[in-house]
Design a protein around this ligand. Structure first.
Ligand code: GLU
Length: 429
């Protein structure tokens, strides 16, 4: 294998070239010197193995027909089927999916899940679509992808603006195509069709498990800390709740409508009740309104980023006043920001470790679906804590050993796992 030359290996093909893919790619190049992998293996991991682009026509409720672009990118099939979410968002592009699929590969490998990474989605404004339109969009998207997804090929899951219902439609559509119920085609499903009892809260709960372990290593207690959470959805909302349950004061939270702040800690029960009625945090009466930008710069012990990519950049990294940043979202910190934060001694708990609770419980869900045998909540939570704890300890030790940032150590760990499998399998034929 080592004889093959790849002169163009470091160039990014035009198709993938977006800011987020460049971030994923730069992180890979930065980790590579510490991963001890052969240049040929590195060349194979630089780009996704496969990408599918589809056009999805649906009838809008007013009778007109609209066509949406959809994508699915599969980064690596070395360790098993590919795995990753489907997002519905106006920013979805091929390059964005490629970056997110690449991160899924490192994430799954770091957690020692038998998967490679994938990511996909539809470029749309999900809030402007009715429930019926979303159902038609999801079902048609699933049919367009039927030849590339499958329980042993590629297993979708929820991501931004997709949820249990989206997965139920996907599972039903796929099952109707093959003629029998196939719960193991997607994860993050409703419990009634084979979902895990813990999947809904797994990502947020995992973020807090990782943050807790980090605080212990750094010599302070999460239970006595002040926390700020950007995002109040499936990840941020659950993370805030888990933090409060552990005794931490959650002083600020935000969503797309803006943030709210209360120095002594927010009453999250009352915040949730407000959001249930008003669908947004804006206008919540028992706290001070702040902007998302202000929220990021609040002094705190732990700042959880659970909104979207590219939140901490060169522009605001110098003003971040948190001791620890926990990345619940994928790619929220830019390359330049990472360097500034490291220089300033802010500890960044990287996405591929910190938000891996989601895909880990997805893996548990898939295993249970394949075996048609289901675990209890306690069992699932204990196994999640064990998996994340083990990955955290390996990352912490390597960072210590090689004087890497935690992101560097997490990526090196993931890359080494995949590279080891590529070396062992060899090149076909
Ligand atoms: N979309 C989630 C992530 O980015 C979960 C993926 C999955 O469960 O497969 O990790």
């Amino acid at each position: 294998m080592a004889r093959i030359e790849h002169p163009a290996a470091t160039e990014t093909p035009l198709e993938w070239d977006t800011p987020l893919f460049r971030t994923a790619r730069t992180q890979f190049e930065q980790a590579l010197p510490h991963a001890d992998v052969s240049p040929v293996v590195a060349a194979r991991l630089r780009h996704p193995e496969r990408a599918v682009m589809v056009s999805i026509p649906i009838s809008r409720d007013d009778g007109t027909v609209e066509v949406f672009p959809g994508y699915r990118v599969q980064h690596s099939t070395v360790l098993g089927p590919t795995k990753g979410g489907m997002r519905y968002d106006p920013e979805v592009t091929l390059g964005e999916c490629a970056a997110l699929a690449t991160w899924m590969t490192w994430k799954c490998a770091l957690l020692r899940l038998p998967y490679g990474g994938a990511k996909g989605g539809i470029r749309c404004h999900p809030k402007e679509l009715s429930e019926d339109e979303l159902e038609r969009l999801t079902r048609r998207f699933t049919v367009e992808l039927v030849s590339v997804i499958g329980p042993q090929e590629d297993i979708p899951a929820p991501d931004m603006a997709t949820n249990e219902q989206t997965m139920a439609w996907m599972m039903d559509t796929y099952s109707m195509q093959v003629g029998h119920a196939v719960p193991e085609i997607v994860t993050g499903k409703p419990i009634s069709v084979g979902g895990s009892v813990l999947r809904h809260e797994a990502t947020g709960a995992g973020v807090v498990m990782v943050a807790d372990r980090a605080c212990r290593q750094l010599g302070f207690r999460l239970s006595e800390s002040r926390c700020v959470v950007q995002g109040f959805g499936n990840v941020g909302g659950i993370a805030a709740q888990e933090l409060a349950e552990r005794g931490a004061a959650v002083t600020a939270v935000s969503d797309v409508s803006g943030g709210i702040y209360r120095a002594g800690g927010l009453d999250l029960q009352s915040v949730r009740e407000w959001v249930a009625v008003n669908s947004a945090l804006a206008g919540y009466p028992h706290a001070t309104p702040i902007t998302n930008a202000e929220l990021l710069e609040l002094p705190c012990d732990v700042l959880v980023l659970a909104a979207r990519e590219d939140q901490i950049t060169e522009e605001n990294a110098g003003r971040i006043a948190a001791r620890v940043i926990a990345e619940g979202a994928n790619g929220p910190t830019s390359i330049e920001a990472d360097a500034i934060l490291a220089e300033r001694g802010v500890v960044v708990l990287p996405d591929v470790l910190t938000n891996a609770g989601g895909v880990t419980v997805s893996y548990f869900e898939w295993v249970q679906d394949l075996g048609r045998f289901f675990w209890t909540r306690e069992e699932t939570r204990a196994r999640l804590a064990e998996k994340l704890g083990d990955a955290f300890d390996r990352v912490w030790e390597l960072a210590d050993d090689r004087l890497l940032t935690l992101r560097g150590a997490a990526l090196v760990t993931g890359i080494r796992e995949v590279a080891g499998a590529i070396e062992a399998r060899g090149l076909f034929p």
